[in-house]
Design a protein around this ligand. Structure first.
Ligand code: SF4
Length: 376
């Protein structure tokens, strides 16, 4: 059986945050149509892909999936379970924004089949939250986590963003301190990235906002690794930290180069050596699904070399590169070709080689992108 992850994109949002480049819309007129074509897409793909696959995770991302009623999410889960073979212990995650859920609604999500909540908090600092144009304040964010815990969600994650304009190390430290006081098992900590086409990008171009430099970014990142690893979280990917036993199955599917099927507007899939992606407009997605039963906007077949590069990059960004598995999968002499670079990185304590596995050190994670450029 091929272990496969499923991603469902729910594009609806309350408003557009200034830094966001995810596909999202703030009109709700197509919510009902969207549900029916999502179910159609799931059923159509199942005829082609359900055979010999075990679904290990279902992840509702967005957008703001927690804006939907629990019944809406429940119908999608049921459809996936009807059409695919879903593991009994599959991880089923709902991205949740504070300010969109009550304790009662969280309980309903649990009854609908959700077993992991990932809360988009971004910061516990009121000034940062206002700057990021989030709809919630710090107390609402904390209460969302407490409510989720109290209704029985043990597997709780939160997202934070660092290197915000004017964010000092002291301010960032306070964020991390607030985070670990909460009953969470997982933290994703991302550096603020200036994405083209966002409102923030325009603000920077217009000189209204000044981004911080990369040295400060690296300093905050190093501090994050130190702080979280000394407080019971293990780093299992560049930006992700978990208490033992709570690594995100869905994220690991991407990083361990497992296959994934994705449904909804702008969703990307990867299976059978091919990658394809859906139309990036909810209206066009719905039209295409109704007219021809799929909404694929483009696809590519990966060459062995592309797959090798991606495999190496994803493994090194996460739990490490097992050289035996690599050789077995690709038979490409990758290690021999890169031995001198690896030896240099080992000497600089950027990477370690233990029992045939290459793993980035904390120092290596800080310069991960730069390191990866030198492998061939
Ligand atoms: S809530 Fe999330 S998806 Fe929606 S605009 Fe804000 S960052 Fe983007």
């Amino acid at each position: 059986m091929i272990e496969t992850a499923i991603y469902i994109h729910i594009p609806f949002c309350d408003h557009k945050c200034i830094y966001c480049d995810f596909y999202s819309i703030i009109t709700y007129e197509n919510i009902t149509n969207y549900l029916s074509v999502l179910k159609k897409e799931i059923a159509n793909y199942a005829t082609q892909f359900a055979h010999q696959r075990k679904i290990i995770s279902i992840f509702f991302g967005g957008g703001t999936p927690s804006l939907m009623e629990a019944g809406y999410i429940g119908e999608i889960i049921e459809e996936v379970k009807r059409k695919f073979s879903v593991n009994d212990d599959a991880e089923i995650t709902l991205e949740t924004n504070p300010g969109t859920v009550t304790k009662q609604k969280l309980s309903e999500f649990k009854n609908a089949g959700i077993n992991r909540i990932s809360v988009g908090i971004q910061s516990f600092d009121e000034t940062d939250l206002k700057f990021l144009t989030r709809i919630h304040d710090s107390e609402t964010a904390k209460q969302t986590i407490r409510d989720a815990y109290e209704v029985g969600f043990e597997n709780l994650s939160l997202d934070l963003i660092f290197n915000l304009p004017n964010q000092t190390k002291e301010k960032w430290k306070k964020n991390l301190e607030e985070a670990i006081k909460l009953p969470i098992k997982h933290i994703s900590a991302y550096s603020l990235i200036l994405e083209q086409g966002t409102i923030l990008n325009k603000m920077v171009l217009d000189g209204k906002v000044k981004m911080q430099d990369i040295e400060h970014d690296a300093d905050l990142y190093e501090f994050t690794i130190d702080f979280l690893t000394s407080n019971g979280f293990e780093q299992y990917e560049v930006s992700n930290f978990a208490k033992p036993g709570f690594q995100c199955v869905h994220n690991n599917a991407y990083w361990h180069y497992k296959e994934y099927l994705s449904f909804g507007t702008s969703a990307h899939s990867f299976a059978n050596g091919k990658r394809w992606w859906n139309l990036s407009s909810t209206r066009f997605y719905i039209d295409a699904m109704n007219k021809k039963g799929n909404a694929v906007a483009g696809e590519e077949t990966l060459t062995q070399d592309q797959m090798l590069d991606e495999y190496v990059m994803l493994a090194l960004r996460s739990s490490g590169l097992d050289l035996d598995i690599l050789e077995h999968k690709f038979e490409n002499n990758w290690y021999e070709r890169n031995k001198s670079t690896i030896d240099e990185y080992i000497a600089q304590e950027l990477i370690s080689l233990t029992n045939g596995k290459l793993v980035l050190t904390a120092k290596g994670f800080v310069v991960c992108d730069e390191l990866l450029l030198h492998f061939r």
